[in-house]
Write a protein that binds this ligand. Structure first.
Ligand code: AP5
Length: 220
C-alpha cells in the first residue's frame, strides 16, 4: 500500500508509521527524519534546511520534493510506503502527483489524524529522541525503562530543538495555514480517511489497520 499520514505536529504520525511499516515491511519515509539526517551530516541540503527547521517554518518545497523523489526510487519502497509529514503544502501535493506519475504508481489512501491541541502540546513537550538510533519516547506516555537512556541501543535521549514551546506554537500556525488545506485537497480526490489522533498508541494502531483492512499487528 502507498499511504500518506497527514496531521498536525504531535498527532503521532511518526510513532504509528514506524510501527505499521516495521510490521508490514513497508518503507517509512519521514521528511522530518530525512531533513534531520541531512542537518546532522551538514550536507548542502542540511545547511539550507537548518534555519527553517529551528524556527518551525517549512523547508522550501523544491528541496523537500526532490528529497522524496529520490527516496521513493529505493528498492525498499516496492512493497509499499508511508509518507510521514509529506506533503505539507498544496504545491508539494501537486508535485508528488507528478512524481508518482513518472514512477507509474498511485496513492491508495491518505490518513488524516485529527488531534486536540492539548494533546499535541503535552506530547511535544514530553517527546525525547535517541541520539544514536532515532527511537521515539515520551517522558510519561511512552517512557524508557531508564530515564534518559534508549531501551533499544542504550543511546542518550534528547529533546528536539523545535519542541520548545515558542517553536511549537509557530509550527501549529504553519500547520493551519499551509498544511491543513490538504485535508480538502485529498477529500476531493476521494483518498481521505479521518481517524482520531488522540487515542492511545495501541488503540490508534488498531484503528489504522481497520481503516486500511490489514491484519492485526503480529508483534506489538
Ligand atoms: P517533522 O519531523 O515532520 O515534525 P512534525 O510534522 O511537526 O511532526 P512531529 O514529529 O512533531 O509529530 P508526529 O505526528 O510524528 O508525532 P510523534 O509520533 O513524533 O518536521 C520537523 C520540521 O522539518 C518541520 O517543522 C519543517 O521545518 C521540516 N519539514 C519536515 N517535513 C517537511 C515538508 N514536507 N516540507 C517542508 N518542511 C518540512 O509523537 C510525538 C510525541 O508523542 C512522541 O513523544 C511520542 O512518543 C508521543 N506519542 C505519539 N503517539 C502517542 C499516543 N498515541 N499516545 C501517547 N503519546 C504518543
Amino acid at each position: 500500500m502507498r499511504l500518506v499520514f497527514l496531521g498536525p505536529p504531535g498527532a503521532g504520525k511518526g510513532t504509528q508509521a514506524e510501527r505499521l511499516c516495521r510490521d508490514m515491511n513497508w518503507a517509512h519515509v519521514s521528511t522530518g527524519d530525512l531533513l534531520r539526517e541531512a542537518v546532522a551530516e551538514a550536507s548542502e541540503l542540511g545547511l539550507k534546511a537548518v534555519e527553517f527547521m529551528k524556527s518551525g517554518r517549512l523547508v522550501p518545497d523544491d528541496l523537500v520534493v526532490s528529497l522524496v523523489a529520490e527516496r521513493l526510487k529505493r528498492d525498499d519502497c516496492t512493497e509499499g510506503f508511508v509518507l510521514d509529514g509529506f506533503p505539507r503544502t498544496v504545491v508539494q501535493a501537486e508535485m508528488l502527483e507528478e512524481t508518482l506519475d513518472t514512477l507509474d504508481i498511485r496513492l491508495d489512501r491518505v490518513l488524516y489524524f485529527a488531534t486536540d491541541r492539548e494533546v499535541i502540546i503535552t506530547r511535544l513537550s514530553g517527546r525525547r529522541i535517541c541520539r544514536d538510533c532515532g527511537a521515539n519516547y515520551h517522558v510519561t506516555n511512552i517512557p524508557p525503562k531508564v530515564e534518559g537512556v534508549c531501551d533499544r541501543c542504550g543511546g542518550e535521549l534528547y529533546q528536539r530543538d523545535d519542541d520548545r514551546p515558542e517553536t511549537v506554537q509557530k509550527r501549529l500556525v504553519v500547520y493551519e495555514e499551509q498544511t491543513a488545506p490538504l485535508i480538502r485537497f485529498y477529500e476531493e480526490r476521494g483518498l481521505l480517511k479521518e481517524l482520531s489522533g488522540n487515542l492511545e498508541v495501541e488503540e490508534g494502531q488498531a484503528a489504522i489497520r481497520t481503516a486500511l483492512g490489514v491484519p492485526a499487528e503480529r508483534e506489538p
